[in-house]
Ligand binder design. Structure first.
Ligand code: HEM
Length: 463
């Protein structure tokens, strides 16, 4: 009847529950609190109440777009300092979201993404060459190298720009700036505004980083305008030439810059985290590893991975899905009620009150995945089983978000992850550097494995 209190820890009068949440890995606290308080609980961050939901049933309810819309009150609000109403951070009623969404949808369609395979292959080969040179005596810094890969791939496919991260030890200044910008965006969100006077230096650096990112993107845009190319499949071309079919409007330069930076931010850590967790899981599960490698040998053989192979890599697709179930690299996203609402049949939540969908917990719900929900079982994610699960338990697997605001880059990420996993299994044998390694999480806006190293040796000649 909407009168029941949402449970949660009591907080301090001014800071609320800031002390309840681990500052390094907030996710650990959110998961522990779900164990303690159940599938719905509330926290308060310096006066801002937030509700956390983590059962499949509640997530399913919250995915109803007629009742709930994306909320931008979390760390995303800080990310807006750099990319404003770009696709990821736009509020639902900002017109630039609709324009960019409609202009870009075809560019993210399967055909356009298939046209990017050669450039994805180009960067993936640079990674494979680096690992081949390393040989088995040097531990591979898995997440660092996958991040080089995903950033370079995005910059090349989106705007024809080469960061050349595999040719330098230190990262490109844009990448340095983006890294510290993202970390600082997370911290700024958790700090009460009144403490800002203690953070003058970091605030100064924060706005310098934003400046550097925008200037770099602006230079790429200007260079492209001065030297039009025949790169008709890339995202920058789509944004420069596209017209919104609904309003007839073109994207402004500033909106193009917002979105170029958005793609780099949204697409690199997420995909690099997925690849890192996938290799961690394969090494922890030798049977799954063997099946995945056998599949590559059968489907691709020893030649280059081609577009027609990707759809046939059914087991690897299942490995990637199961990886994102266990370790959704965006571990949560937020919505808010469009009107005052009652959720779960008994909890009142006012209009605009942020509600977090805690995927890292809801995707482990035993109602959906059974007693072995906490086990890594790629077989449950093979096409037929996956379709059955989604029919029986709608919205049970949400690592790419929901509805109109779901991930526009999903086909891009999927193609890249399939290609890279297949290429690496085809060419190398991998081992855990430290066989006793236990998974630890590093959290920024996304999650990735911390301190995870592998060793590799070449199987046959590189393709
Ligand atoms: C949105 C996950 C890769 C661009 C989202 C959302 C999630 C997500 C959960 C919704 C966030 C929310 O509701 O607040 C992922 C994962 C990826 C991935 C797990 C990789 C495994 C990419 C790539 C790109 C990209 C490669 C760009 C090329 C975007 C954009 C949005 C988005 C622009 C905002 C869409 C909108 O609101 O219109 N992603 N993403 N993502 N993603 Fe991804």
């Amino acid at each position: 009847n909407g009168t029941e209190e949402i449970p949660g820890p009591t907080g301090l009068p001014f800071l609320g529950n800031i002390g309840t949440v681990d500052s390094e890995v907030p996710l650990t606290s959110f998961l522990n609190l779900a164990d303690q308080y159940g599938p719905i609980y509330r926290l308060n961050f310096a006066g801002n109440p937030v509700v956390f939901c983590s059962s499949w049933e509640l997530i399913n309810e919250l995915c109803d777009e007629k009742r709930f819309a994306k909320s931008i009150k979390s760390a995303l609000k800080e990310v807006r300092n750099a990319v404003h109403d770009g696709l990821f951070t736009a509020k639902m009623d900002e017109p630039n979201w609709g324009i960019a969404h409609r202009v870009l949808m075809p560019a993210f369609g399967p055909l356009s993404i298939a046209g990017m395979l050669d450039e994805m292959h180009d960067i993936a080969s640079q990674l494979a060459m680096k690992w081949a040179r390393h040989g088995s005596s040097v531990p591979i810094m898995v997440t660092e190298d996958f991040t080089r890969l995903t950033l370079d791939t995005l910059a090349l496919c989106a705007m024809g720009y080469r960061f050349n991260s595999f040719y330098h030890d230190e990262m490109h200044p844009f990448i340095e700036a983006m890294g510290s910008f993202l970390t600082e965006s997370g911290s700024r969100f958790r700090r009460p505004p009144i403490t800002s006077m203690f953070y003058r230096d970091s605030t100064h650096k924060y706005f310098e980083d934003i400046d550097l990112m925008r200037k770099t993107a602006d230079e790429v845009l200007k260079a492209r305008k001065e030297n039009p190319t025949d790169r008709n499949k890339d995202l920058l071309t789509a944004m420069l030439n596209g017209t919104d079919p609904k309003t007839g409007q073109k994207m402004t330069d500033s909106s193009i810059i917002d979105n170029l930076i958005t793609f780099l931010i949204a697409g690199h850590e997420t995909t690099s985290g997925l690849l890192s967790f996938a290799f961690y899981q394969l090494l922890k599960h030798p049977e799954a590893y063997r099946k995945a490698q056998d599949e590559v040998d059968e489907v691709v053989g020893t030649g280059p991975v081609k577009i027609e192979h990707l759809g046939q890599l059914k087991y690897i697709a299942a490995v990637l899905r199961e990886t994102l179930r266990h370790s959704p690299t965006i571990s949560q996203f937020s919505v808010a009620p469009i009107q005052d609402e009652i959720i779960g049949g008994r909890y009142k939540v006012p209009k605009d009150q942020p509600i977090v969908l805690l995927l890292a917990k809801s995707q482990m719900d035993t109602t959906v995945y059974g007693k072995d929900a906490d086990q890594f079982v790629p077989e449950r994610m093979l096409d037929e089983n996956f379709d059955k699960l989604n029919k029986e338990f709608p919205n049970c697997w949400k690592p790419f978000g929901n509805g109109a605001r779901a991930c526009i880059g999903r086909p891009f990420a999927w193609q890249e992850a399939l290609l890279v996993t297949a290429m690496l299994l085809q060419n190398f044998n991998f081992l855990m550097d430290d066989p006793s390694y236990q998974l630890h999480i590093k959290q920024t806006l996304t999650i990735k494995p911390k301190g995870f190293y592998m060793r590799c040796s070449l199987r046959e000649g590189l393709t």
